[in-house]
Write a protein that binds this ligand. Structure first.
Ligand code: NAD
Length: 462
């Protein structure tokens, strides 16, 4: 993207396309979704390469988290689109008789999508699928911190999709600020709380609705399980949910684990064995771990360990390779709660374990922190599950697994409080990019005269 004039021209063209009404048809929406499927098939190698360049992601991880997830969302949208687009009849109270009512979804218009760097392909495509499904025209702003994926998106999207309706604009904070001066009909933002605040205040100038998909500290509550095989499985899921998807750089990654004192050493040993089995023992062996995205985040993560009390709490790992931007999976036992490690989102391969006397105390612990995007609870205790649901607040609660909820189109995905607001995935994506127009129809063959003056005692009683 060059000058502001290019941007202005692009926006004029997008508005014209929207006014032409072609993005509203079922055929156009389906053709664009199918075009993304084509892009996935024809450019698969380029996607693997870009994700490897940006984050050192293994192709299997790329397939699972960046390509497969998008394919799934498209297939779901293609199979449901016609139904989602149709009007929904609603029942009216008798007092409205004779009348009918329906809710009619309509596209919002011109939408702006900001993407974060950690899943720079799928977190661009997933909201794009929602915006297209709902019949909008779109500007997509990929993350400048995943430059290979950003240029892949800006080169390939115009080759496959309708370039008069969907445009990619690359750039950093300066370009974002220019974009935010413009009027949009919706802004969908995935990123940090800091930038989320900027987005919301800029959107306020035009009364533009926003969806903010932000982050936070997602806890795991690890309760006592009944037998060794369940414990092993729970630990595998924690390891996969901490290091297995972009090496902890995921908004829904495990941030810290809460466990009873008496289980801490068993947990640490078991985590260590599983880490070494999955990824290896030393920095040189880590072929299946993504790297830290850039020097800035590498230094940020390393500086979390500079605090001597935090460093003293390391029970596994703690080494790094600055050239490769790799930090060893690192476990910390009871680091100070006022350290940055415990007050800020970690977003990297460091895992604090916080011990409690009784696992039920983890509810108070979680409630002492800002509301997280997800609470994970590995427990079979039904009464405890009920307490977690009724006494805590989070975007999602997942029992007995980690990360998997992200793949479930039947559930809304989004935060609450500082972890964001608005939701998407499946039908929720369609709704996020639609206005639900209320339509009421009455007829002329009956009238209730009591609704009109002159008022009198009879009408008052009526
Ligand atoms: P970020 O806030 O730095 O950047 C996100 C987007 O905002 C990028 O496209 C960036 O170009 C743009 N941006 C940067 N500066 C801007 C400015 N001054 N004005 C307007 N826009 C600007 O976030 P990030 O570092 O890319 O991502 C990490 C954060 O994202 C973490 O907090 C993580 O939890 C969160 N995240 C949330 C989800 C979710 O679905 N809830 C998913 C992934 C990441």
């Amino acid at each position: 993207m060059g000058t502001m004039m290019d941007l202005d021209q692009s926006l004029v063209e997008l508005r014209q396309t929207f006014r032409s009404r072609r993005t509203r048809s079922l055929e156009w929406r389906k053709s664009q979704l199918q075009a993304i499927l084509q892009l996935l098939r024809k450019k698969e190698d380029k996607i693997f390469n870009a994700l490897h360049q940006d984050l050192g992601k293994h192709p299997i991880e790329v397939y699972r988290d960046e390509i497969g997830v998008v394919e799934k969302s498209i297939n779901h949208a293609l199979s449901c689109l016609e139904k989602w687009m149709g009007p929904k009849k609603t029942r009216l109270p008798l007092v409205f008789f004779p009348a009918s009512a329906q809710v009619l979804p309509e596209p919002l218009g011109l939408v702006l999508i900001f993407v974060s760097w950690n899943f720079p392909f799928s977190l661009a495509m997933d909201p794009l699928i929602g915006a297209i499904s709902a019949g909008n025209v779109v500007v997509l702003k990929p993350s400048e911190h995943a430059p290979a994926t950003s240029s892949l998106l800006s080169e390939t999207i115009p080759l496959f999709l309708d370039s008069k309706a969907i445009k990619v604009i690359e750039g950093g904070a300066e370009v974002c600020e220019q974009l935010l001066q413009k009027k949009w009909d919706k802004i969908f933002f995935t990123g940090s709380q800091r930038v989320g605040r900027l987005i919301m205040s800029a959107a306020a100038n035009h009364l533009t609705p926003v969806t903010l998909e932000l982050g936070g500290k997602c806890p795991v509550i690890l309760d006592s399980l009944s037998n060794l095989s369940e414990i092993k499985l729970a630990v595998k899921r924690i390891v996969g949910g901490k290091w297995g998807s972009c090496n902890g750089q995921a908004c829904i990654a495990v941030d810290y684990v809460l466990v009873e004192d008496r289980f801490a050493s068993v947990l640490i040993n078991s985590l260590q064995r599983t880490i070494e089995k999955f990824y290896g023992k030393t920095l040189d062996e880590y072929q299946n771990l993504s790297r830290v995205v850039n020097k800035h985040h590498f230094n940020r993560l390393r500086s979390l360990l500079d605090d001597p009390l935090v460093a003293a709490s390391i029970v596994y790992g703690g080494s790094w390779d600055e050239e490769k931007l790799m930090i060893q999976p690192t476990i910390l036992l009871n680091p100070p709660l006022n350290s940055e490690l415990m007050t800020e989102e970690i977003f990297g391969p460091l895992l604090p374990i916080i011990t409690v006397d009784k696992i039920e105390e983890s509810i108070d612990f979680i409630n002492s922190m800002p509301k997280p995007l997800v609470i994970y609870a590995l427990t079979k205790n039904e009464a405890f599950k009920k307490r977690i649901l009724s006494e805590t607040s989070s975007g999602t609660v997942t029992f007995n697994d980690i990360l998997i909820q992200f793949l479930c189109d039947a559930l809304p995905f989004g935060g609450v409080g500082p972890s964001g607001f608005g939701r998407y995935h499946g039908k929720y994506s369609f709704d996020t990019f639609s206005h639900e127009k209320a339509v009421l129809q009455r007829s002329y063959w009956f009238e209730l005269e009591a609704r009109y003056p002159p008022w009198n005692d009879f009408k008052l009683k009526f």
